[in-house]
Design a binder for this molecule. Structure first.
Ligand SMILES: [Zn+2]
Length: 424
């Protein structure tokens, strides 16, 4: 067992993921892995993590004490749960070995922890909303109701190749139901295959539910089943990872959308953007360097980054873009992002979030390595190129870099930004 935080960090300034996952409960490990580390030696400091800037105030202390009193944590504190408690239960370890994309493992993990944003959970967190199930409007939307008891999902599960009668899935919470399903299919010859259907099924129900909540579109069970089959097929054929092609065809009308502005003479401009999914805490970053005529010089990005917030993904994008500029030998650069908050933090007009300190420290260190660096805010509509790269890497995952020639799917957006009407 490592005794210091530095023991959990590798020599190239990254979390030692396997070690972190071995030493902590999964919930703790996932929070730790979401903390960005400085690659340029940002000094440590003690912070009060209940405020965004890490500074203690009497007001925030009082609020925390009040909250702990209300939910009984003050009294429970002495008992404490140990990190080893879950280790006896193989359910948690098995979860991360499922042959499905990481976002699905994370989704099921959140379900087992009862932290999916179903209405009953939101209400528990003090958000005043209607708690009725959006699919049937009959019962309270708890996780168990949504995934196993709602009339909609009973049809869905029964119609799936599993032919599952969810009445037989016993359990008072999601975790128990999940275990019940694992027991049911776990002993079968092709257990992995069945569990994959179950995992994708749960995910599909969540997508259907979100479609009703956020778009007002109810997807009938038969259509949901078709999407389910398609997804399982994709997962099987990509060895557990889903790959989606970016949607490059959507060209917004010029007049409603803003314009990207070219940098000054002999200046490069790097546009940065972060993409982030709050359900999985997985993000991606994209950046694109163009010269003063608007010609593509280089671009790149990275998917499957664990981030605690969308702002963190934006900050990661800026750090990554600046590192790339230093490596490419760029001397005079405008760094453009569509996060006003981030630009204000970098410029010192806004107190830095404690969680971003490591990244912003590196941004300052990288800034020293170039001659002139200017940070600019731009509306999202003028940051389409970086946005497209970020979405791309988020879908295909991994690290990508293009130097000299842009990837084909980016051409139309680049051309649009410089007002060229050629279309690929
Ligand atoms: Zn329902």
């Amino acid at each position: 067992m490592p005794s210091r935080v530095s023991d959990l960090i590798t020599i190239d300034a990254r979390w030692d993921r396997p070690l972190v996952e071995r030493c902590f409960r999964l919930e703790e490990a996932s929070v730790i892995l979401c903390m960005p580390l400085s690659q340029h030696g940002c000094p440590d400091r003690l912070i009060w993590h209940y405020t965004r800037n890490g500074l203690y105030s009497v007001k925030s202390g009082y609020l925390v004490a009040q909250q702990m009193e209300t939910n009984g944590e003050l009294r429970r504190k002495s008992g404490g749960q140990s990190s080893t408690e879950d280790e006896k239960d193989s359910t948690w370890a098995d979860l991360w070995r499922l042959e499905v994309p990481p976002k699905l493992c994370h989704f099921i993990w959140r379900g087992c922890r009862n932290i999916l944003a179903v209405r009953n959970n939101l209400r528990r967190r003090g958000i005043r909303i209607n708690i009725g199930c959006p699919l049937c409007n009959e019962e309270v939307e708890t996780q168990v109701h949504l995934f196993f008891r709602c009339p909609f999902v009973r049809v869905f599960w029964f119609g799936s190749p599993l032919q599952l009668d969810v009445v037989t899935v016993e359990g008072g919470d999601f975790l128990e139901c999940w275990k019940s399903l694992c027991n049911k299919f776990g002993d079968l010859q092709d257990a992995g295959h069945f569990i994959r259907w179950v995992s994708c099924g749960l995910w599909r129900i969540w997508k259907c539910r979100n479609s009703v909540v956020f778009k007002g579109i109810l997807i009938p069970p038969c259509a949901a089943l078709e999407l389910l089959s398609q997804q399982v097929w994709e997962v099987v054929n990509s060895g557990g990872k889903t790959v989606q092609q970016p949607r490059a065809k959507q060209q917004p009308a010029r007049e409603i959308q803003g314009f990207w502005l070219k940098p000054h003479f002999r200046t490069m401009k790097v546009n940065c953007d972060g993409a982030w999914c709050n359900q999985t805490s997985v993000g991606g970053c994209g950046w694109v360097v163009r010269d003063f005529v608007g010609i593509f010089q280089a671009g790149g990005g990275m998917g499957n980054l664990l981030c605690g917030s969308s702002l963190m993904a934006e900050a990661e994008a800026v750090r990554m873009a600046m590192l790339a500029c230093v490596e490419l030998g760029v001397e005079i650069v405008q760094v453009e992002t569509d996060s006003k908050v981030l630009v204000d933090m970098i410029k010192g007009d806004l107190l830095t979030d404690a969680a971003l300190e490591g990244i912003l420290w590196d941004v300052k260190a990288l800034r020293q390595q170039m001659r002139v660096v200017e940070f600019l805010f731009t509306p999202r509509a003028c940051n389409r190129v970086a946005h497209q790269v970020a979405s791309y890497v988020m879908h295909v995952e991994g690290s990508h870099i293009w130097v000299g020639f842009e990837p084909e799917w980016l051409f139309n957006t680049l051309a649009f930004d410089v007002n060229i009407t050629i279309q690929l």
